[in-house]
Write a protein that binds this ligand. Structure first.
Ligand code: UDP
Length: 217
């Protein structure tokens, strides 16, 4: 994140082109406030197993704002919350792909921890529209892009079992270190500055994603 951001910021400066950082809700770490707005400075463990990602993205945001201030570069930072949809990698180990694949094979659904942790899932087409609007705007951010509709991981498992008509049962496995307890975007700023908000609800998005995985499994 840091070396790549430095290289690409240098390139954008030489070419005099706008550049967007696909940052992440991970910059908020395991947040103490919910929902998270852009002013929240985060709660990140700097030495945990997720830290290389969280801190790498945070340092990259710093570089983007330094280039903006120092070189007047047209930089944009968006903080992307959990996103899903067709073309997710089958083996990326993320929750939506894992649960759908397990459900389609009628294998146990692996919930890490008790499943009370929450995430807010944004359908990919909504997210892409937000990215395009951000790139076309004069705002440098940071701006949250995500779907504010929050769900527990247990509810997600039950929804996917129901939508696939699966006979899978739920099993519990160890919760990874530093797994954020809640994640929910405050998108007031994106609504106001980009006139953007997601329009695909979770059920509609999951049906499309399940259809995609049916052709892949
Ligand atoms: N998770 C789970 N079972 C899985 C994969 C993930 O219970 O098979 C949980 C994980 O512990 C986390 C949530 O689902 O609480 C989202 O995990 P993911 O890796 O998809 O995204 P992130 O943690 O980066 O939001």
């Amino acid at each position: 994140n840091v070396v790549g951001a430095t290289n690409l910021l240098g390139l954008a400066k030489r070419l005099k082109v706008p550049i967007l950082q696909a940052s992440t809700s991970e910059v908020y770490g395991d947040p103490e406030v919910s929902p998270q707005n852009e002013d929240y400075r985060g709660h990140v463990n700097p030495i945990g197993p997720r830290a290389c990602y969280d801190e790498g993205k945070r340092a990259a945001e710093t570089l983007f704002f330094d280039y903006h201030r120092q070189h007047k570069l047209d930089t944009k930072v968006v903080r992307i919350f959990n996103t899903y949809g067709p073309h997710l990698d089958k083996y990326d180990g993320r929750v939506v792909s894992n649960f759908i694949l397990q459900a389609l094979k009628n294998e146990p659904i692996t919930i890490y921890g008790d499943g009370s942790q929450t995430r807010s899932f944004c359908y990919v087409d909504d997210l892409v529209e937000g990215l395009i609007k951000m790139m076309a705007s004069s705002h440098s951010g940071p701006i949250n892009l995500g779907n504010p509709s929050e769900i527990t991981i247990k509810e997600l498992a039950e929804t996917i079992i129901q939508l696939t008509g699966s006979t899978s049962n739920i099993i519990h496995q160890a919760l990874p270190d530093d797994d954020p307890k809640r994640r929910n975007p405050d998108i007031t700023l994106a609504k106001k500055t980009l006139n953007w908000e997601p329009t695909t609800d979770l059920t509609a998005g999951l049906i499309k994603t399940i259809d995609y995985f049916k052709t892949k499994s």
